[in-house]
Design a protein around this ligand. Sequence first.
Ligand code: GLN
Length: 314
Amino acid sequence: MTYGELYRWGERELLSAGIGESGLEARLLLEYVCGTNRNDLLVHGDRIVEDDRQTLYGNLVGKRRDRIPLQHLTGEQEFMGLTFLVNEHVLIPRQDTEILVEEVLRNLHDGMRVLDMGTGSGCILISLLHYSNHCEGVGTDISEEALAVAEKNAERLLGRERIAGGLQTARSAGEAGEHGEADRERGALERTDDGSIRFVRSDLFEKISGKFDIIVSNPPYIRSDVIGTLMPEVREHEPLQALDGGADGLDFYRRIIRESRKYLSGGGMLFFEIGYDQGEAVSSLLDENRFLEVQVAKDYAGLDRVVYGTRRFD
Ligand code: GLN
């Protein structure tokens, strides 16, 4: 078959499986398999595609019909103009989260110390460090497999030399043993050189010390009873740990807000991504914990998406 025929076949297959953006996804899969770009469909649509590539494309279209997320098939997702590696151990970076990064960037100055709570793929922290100068970043996650992904992304996007203490998860994810954990624990305590990034396995603040100018988090915030209604791509293929925010979805906001005071410098800021209906609840939690200048920012759809506040000096 030709490139164009394969594309049209893939689009039909995905459409009949009820995939919304069937044309776009068929094209992206074909580009992934053939190493091509958008232009090729227009200019080289009549080229014959090699048999092995046709077979691979057929397999991937089949997997996508089975609701495996496109990003798990290609292994990557664009975020803030950067390409992040992803797998089933991390939340796939969402476009909405770019709003959070942009709000933080407006308040991030050279040399600041930033903590990203629940870093997942590392997309928030790595973007912040990529678009600023000499900031020091610490990313935490409870999942060692997620930290392995974050570290790989930091290596690719920021450079190995910026990873404090060197790579700890170069071995395959899941095999990290006690050695890695001991290193991480030590890493959590040391202050690093300018501009460095480090990842710490920690249940929220458990292994964190020192003060930060900015704490940012896109915590799990979906109500437990809503998880079952999510799209199969999310429900069956993304880590539950990254999604489930407890009975009212606010568990992690409560814990992070309460504990963050100890880890924020006076005048330091706490930023959260939130669900569209959580603006008031999370703002109140910040108010109750004596944060100042609590604000809600909206996403491009006009929905509440980010809440932030400033720790008072005392
Ligand atoms: N910080 C990561 C992101 O925003 C992961 C967030 C999460 O797992 N809840 O994509």
